[in-house]
Design a protein around this ligand. Structure first.
Ligand code: ADP
Ligand code: MG
Length: 692
């Protein structure tokens, strides 16, 4: 087999010089194989030649005709234009090319040509502007570009036609050398076409059906490789020895006594899954998902205290200072009578105290450290870190999680990551594919679903009146703004300015507090705890309260300029209320400008289900945005689409996990080759793909 042929540099292909090789390199194409695996972005079906008399404005079509006359000239702005009239016996079509000075005469009168492009109406007659074209050699010979043609994602300097020519040449010469990586079992089980035919047809399909078959096969292959990497990583983590905690009935009863409530069935189920992980000698690598307000903190407390009871140190990391402080307050209160040494470590704390604290952590003097990303600072070392809990994990990058895990010593600490942004199904099999997943799927008893309303400008005063009534009933409210300071450009109501207006005019007589990210940490903490203690009726705030904040007595979440927030943010903000048996209300102020913002608001009005919202959000924004740029671990698939190819992902995952299942010794040389190939292509990524 001539693998080496495929690994040959693209530069040695006929017609590719150093310069072209450079542009190809920019597309990630360095070898022959790279080019074979550079799949089209879309296709044009040119298998049908349309009569010119049948063309309509706006249609995209292929026509074949004779050049009747041509004209080449420049506009006053020195733009070059090449014009031609084409006739096919049914009618005439005007064709124009702008700015092709290097090719002023595209073709000659009497040439037979194929044209493919969009038809538009110009001065009462139909025309095509900058269509793709090809000169037919003889009148009746079908043009080479008839059929289903690939369109590639190219850089500006490249042209579809010449790139396609290059691909055609390379495919024709090399497609039969691509190695089959799958066993016959897999191929016959899924009725796959051979890889060689898939490669050929993905570029130059014989028919729509063979294109479909090729796509299915190549998507499967891509997901399969990725899922095998996931399975290997998962197995790898499981093979490392971790701590084996011992959690007896005594310890459990002790922990349960600390909760001021009875755990829900869902919480209990999740706790038993965590219990099993912790008691095994394999390190836990578990994702806990549960909608806002479902009671994830209690589950975290269980895991943390169980590890402390085993004589280990534990870390509890939250994405914001305000949330870390809240956890610190809640846990300190809960552990008042327990002998657990607990400490708060944030970036904002004073340096001298912080130094002392860091020293105490290092000495092993502290059992439970709660903090922000300050926990992963270089200087922070643990003596015996046994368990890590990361709250609102979607706010952290992959590297940050890995770094916290590395604070462990010889053995790997158990890791529990929590999220209120439920992971859409397709992502739980890909991006988060190496984690075990637990789900809390019920809310604590007695909750009534939050009611959500849109507040048009003319109803704003009514809405404020409604908030006042809630306050008079003894409840509290959040009013959230997108910005801190007045910005003339954006003309958004900003929190500082609005806080004054609300305090002095709208809510005069009520206690109105202001909280935003630019305040000093001590002040933030004070304002937040004052709100918790009901010293304020209304808290005007920015997005700093987005995640995690838990003030059960608050029943109103008013969001100003709701159109400025993303769907996930809106859902998180709404999750700050509806945390008690009192009916809660989410009020969305603002004008709906774009179609997208309208879609977001509509989704918010339609459902409270975080899962549906996450799926919708993923659809609106796509996976890259959904995770934000910080999630470098997000895999990029060439042909697979993690949103729409769920069924294929499922198949590929099942087969991949079967291949690397624990203790599986592969006898088949095909399988070994496959594993080798996966190791090669994911070597540098195995560490990165997802949480460590
Ligand atoms: P989240 O999952 O959003 O982090 P929290 O852990 O903050 O949710 O819990 C939300 C609220 O519900 C808190 O006030 C918490 O005390 C309360 N809570 C949690 N579990 C229960 C339960 N089993 N019964 C009653 N209230 C509960
Ligand atoms: Mg929480």
């Amino acid at each position: 087999m001539s693998t080496s042929d495929l690994d040959k540099s693209i530069q040695y292909i006929k017609g590719v010089g150093p310069k072209r090789a450079l542009s190809l390199g920019r597309l990630g194409i360095h070898t022959v194989k790279d080019l074979l695996y550079c799949f089209p972005r879309t296709y044009q079906d040119r298998s049908k030649v349309e009569k010119i008399s049948n063309l309509t404005d706006g249609a995209t079509a292929m026509v074949k005709g004779i050049v009747i006359n041509i004209k080449s000239f420049r506009t006053r702005g020195w733009k070059s234009i090449f014009e031609a009239s084409i006739g096919d016996g049914t009618s005439m079509l005007q064709v124009k090319w702008f700015n092709r000075p290097y090719q002023s005469e595209i073709f000659q009168v009497d040439d037979h040509v194929f044209l493919y492009g969009k038809v538009s109406l110009y001065k009462q007659s139909l025309q095509m502007v900058n269509p793709e074209y090809e000169i037919a050699s003889e009148e009746d010979a079908p043009g080479k570009s008839v059929g289903i043609l690939p369109i590639y994602s190219l850089t500006e300097e490249m042209r579809q036609v010449s790139f396609r020519k290059l691909v055609k040449m390379v495919v024709d010469e090399h497609y039969h050398k691509v190695e089959e990586i799958f066993t016959d079992d897999i191929i016959s089980k899924h009725k796959f076409v051979p890889i060689t035919s898939a490669i050929k047809n993905i570029h130059f399909p014989d028919s729509m059906d063979s294109l479909k078959d090729s796509k299915r096969r190549l998507k499967y292959e891509e997901f399969f490789l990725f899922e095998t990497a996931m399975a290997l990583r998962k197995r790898g983590i499981k093979e490392v020895s971790g701590y084996k905690f011992c959690i007896g009935k005594n310890v459990e009863t002790h922990i349960y006594k600390l909760f001021p409530f009875v755990l829900t069935k869902s919480q209990q189920k999740v706790i038993s899954e965590i219990h099993e992980d912790m008691c095994s000698e394999r390190p836990m690598n578990r994702l806990l998902q549960g909608d806002v307000g479902s009671g994830k903190t209690a589950v975290a407390v269980y895991a943390l205290l169980a590890a402390v009871a085993n004589g280990f140190q534990t870390a509890f990391m939250a994405p914001t200072e305000i949330l870390a402080e809240q956890h610190y307050r809640t846990l300190t209160l809960m552990l008042e009578k327990a002998e657990v040494k607990i400490l708060l470590l944030t970036g904002g704390a004073k340096t001298k105290i912080k130094k002392e604290n860091i020293e105490r952590i290092k000495q092993g003097d502290i059992d439970l450290v709660i903090g922000t990303h300050a926990l992963i600072d270089k200087g922070v070392e643990f003596k015996k870190l046994g368990l890590i809990v990361i709250d609102e994990q979607h706010k952290f990058g992959v590297m940050q999680r890995t770094r916290l895990r590395q604070k462990g010593h010889k053995q790997m600490p158990d890791v529990l990551v929590m999220t209120a942004t439920p992971i859409p199904r397709s992502l739980s099999l890909t991006v988060f594919g190496d984690l075990d997943i637990s789900t809390i799927d019920e809310l604590p008893p007695g909750r009534t679903p939050v009611e959500t309303y849109r507040v048009p400008v003319k109803k704003e005063n009514d809405a404020y009146g409604f908030i006042r009534k809630e306050v008079e009933k003894g409840r509290q409210a959040f009013v959230v703004y997108p910005l801190v300071d007045e910005s003339e450009k954006l003309e958004l109501k900003s929190a500082t300015v609005e806080a004054e207006r609300l305090r002095d005019e709208v809510f005069s007589g009520l206690n109105v507090g202001l909280l935003h990210g630019q305040l000093k940490p001590e002040l933030k903490e004070l304002i937040m705890s004052d709100f918790v203690n009901h010293k304020y009726d209304i808290l005007v705030s920015t997005i700093v309260i987005e995640v995690g904040i838990d003030v059960p007595n608050a029943t109103v979440m008013a969001i100003e300029h709701a159109e400025r927030f993303g769907l996930a943010q809106l859902h998180q903000l709404r999750g700050r209320i509806g945390r008690s048996s009192h009916q809660s209300y989410c009020l969305l102020f603002g004008i709906q400008k774009s179609a997208e913002s309208r879609q977001r608001i509509k989704t918010m009005l339609e459902t409270n289900d975080g899962f549906k919202i996450a799926e919708e959000d993923l659809k609106i924004r796509g996976p890259g945005e959904f995770f934000g740029t910080r999630q470098h671990g997000l895999p990029e698939f060439k042909i697979g689409d993690i949103i729409n190819d769920f069924d294929i992902i499922k198949l590929a995952r099942a087969d991949a996990f079967d291949l690397v299942k624990e203790g599986h010794k592969s006898k088949d040389s095909k399988e070994q080759m496959l594993l080798k190939r996966i190791m090669e292509s994911f070597k540098d990524k195995l560490d990165l793909i997802n949480t460590g």
